[in-house]
Design a protein. Structure first.
Length: 511
């Protein structure tokens, strides 16, 4: 019997003049874990959206279990046994796990408390080694619990082919281990799994085969046991690239304390402690990494230092002066050379509907003489940033939201660095970026470090944090679990701290 359950041949899909998929061939076998690799814009998401019924191909064919298939909607894909777990979960926060799992099913009826449905969920959990309280509200769940809920939801609908989009992006090492155990059990039960990811080490650990896409075309499919990270990277980008992340050395003469946070407490929108009496220091010429499960206070930490959130207690000292109570405008007008690169690039960092020039001027116009903006000077600044950071754009007048994710991030990073800051706060600067764009960002940050800039680096990839940081501070539910030397710890110890164990319990060494 043919062991191929999914076969895509000659798939083409264009959006206007952009060829997202061009003559792509891709197949998945029964009971295998198949990784899909490629840079941003390589066509991964488009291809999987075609398989999940969100898009229809312009040309090409789809076969499921050896028979031709036409998938014109997500309902068609669900009916064919295909389920997709998106990176951004599609759950209703105020409902329970069970209500989310069975919601939208034709056989669920009006009420969600039926014993038969509960029994079916329990049977799926037992079969695949999943564990989740069916009565727990989504807003009380951890990230890994939400992911488990999403997996249960597609399995409940009868999925035997699962597509997972960046499934480990915000999980701890311990949670990743649990997820991989679940995936292996699913594979042993005959499920087929496609994983979209940027993490090469995880591809090599969990997948049986890997398909590489580049510029909308399928380059090759390899047995994972017959390849390595270096080869996969070269196939993805089209040329050799070093995978080493530098931790730049800085002369002692450039190092001095630039930021001191003392017993800082910040309340969130529900008047709960988002940050609970945290203290740390940051020196010039240092990268202090910050690790933590999503929602542990990282966002509030960045925004409070940048003057966007109010302080409920404690102090923030920048170069011997308190900046508590200062707004971002106050910070700029006082000549405080601080730059903030938020995680929400287009929501908080840049205005998507404006040009590169106008976005550059947003941060510098307040220091221009006179009452009018100097657009000529703005164009010169924008052209310089485009050249310096190799930003791919038709011109400085091009609308920012029409750029790729990597180029949008370069515009934001370039604008902030162009201000010659002494303190640089950056939150998830490579989130969603491909490997080439990510390493460009690491190089830029190390260049700033060598110039004596102090950098607060909020990250989610522990390998990156261990590689680029001098020290790593771990947050859990708004508290500091410890601050450790990046050369004297490992992912497992950091993961334990992220789960709420203190530094000594994690066994790490303090810096």
């Amino acid at each position: 019997m043919n062991d191929i359950c999914v076969k895509l041949e000659g798939i083409c899909k264009s959006f206007g003049s952009v060829k997202a998929n061009h003559n792509i061939n891709f197949d998945v076998r029964r009971g295998e874990i198949h990784a899909l690799l490629g840079e941003n814009g390589s066509g991964k998401s488009t291809l999987m959206n075609i398989l999940s019924g969100i898009y229809s191909p312009d040309s090409g064919s789809i076969e499921l279990y050896g028979k031709p298939a036409v998938l014109t909607s997500p309902q068609d894909s669900i009916a064919a046994g295909i389920g997709m777990v998106h990176q951004h979960f599609k759950l209703v926060d105020v409902l329970t796990a069970k209500e989310n799992i069975i919601g939208g099913n034709k056989d669920s009826g009006f009420f969600t408390g039926g014993r038969a449905m509960s029994a079916k969920i329990k049977q799926i959990e037992d079969q695949y080694g999943l564990h989740l309280d069916p009565d727990k509200k989504v807003y009380n769940m951890s990230v890994s619990e939400k992911q488990t809920c999403e997996i249960l939801k597609v399995l409940y609908r009868g999925a035997k082919i699962l597509i997972l989009d960046e499934p480990t992006a915000v999980l701890t090492p311990q949670e990743i281990t649990v997820l991989f155990d679940i995936l292996r059990k699913m594979k042993a039960q005959g499920c087929s799994i496609v994983i979209i990811t940027h993490k090469l080490a995880e591809v090599l650990e969990i997948s049986d085969r890997v398909t590489i896409l580049r510029k909308g075309e399928s380059i090759t499919t390899l047995d994972t046991t017959q390849t390595n990270a270096t080869e996969l990277t070269e196939l993805m980008v089209g040329h050799p690239i070093s995978l080493d992340i530098e931790c730049a050395e800085v002369e002692d003469s450039l190092k001095h304390e630039i930021l001191s946070v003392k017993e800082l407490t910040v309340l969130n929108g529900e008047h709960r402690k988002a940050l609970d009496s945290i203290s740390f220091t940051l020196s010039s010429g240092e990268i202090l990494g910050v690790a933590g499960i999503a929602g542990s206070g990282q966002k509030e930490l960045c925004e409070t230092i940048a003057g966007l959130d109010k302080v409920a207690g404690g102090d923030i000292i920048f170069k011997d002066s308190s900046i508590v109570g200062l707004t971002p405008r106050d910070i700029i007008k006082r000549g405080i050379t601080m730059s903030f690169i938020p995680e929400d690039r287009l929501g908080m960092g840049l205005v998507g509907s404006m040009s590169v020039i106008d976005n550059v001027l947003l941060k510098s116009y307040q220091n221009m003489p006179g009452i009018f903006m100097n657009r000529k000077e703005g164009k010169q600044l924008a052209d310089g940033i485009i050249k310096r950071f190799d930003i791919s754009t038709p011109s400085a007048n091009h609308t920012v939201k029409k750029l790729s994710g990597g180029n949008i991030q370069k515009v934001l990073l370039g604008r902030e660095i162009n201000l010659n800051p002494e303190l640089l706060i950056t939150a998830y600067p490579v989130r969603g970026l491909d490997i080439g764009a990510s390493y460009n960002i690491y190089d830029v940050l190390n260049e700033q470090k060598k110039k004596g800039v102090g950098i607060l680096f909020i990250g989610e990839d522990l390998d990156v944090l261990l590689g680029i940081s001098d020290r790593i501070m771990v947050l859990h539910e708004g508290k500091v679990m410890g601050i450790v030397n990046a050369r004297e710890t490992n992912k497992q110890k950091l993961g334990l701290m992220m789960l709420g164990h203190t530094e000594n319990e994690g066994g790490s060494s303090n810096a």
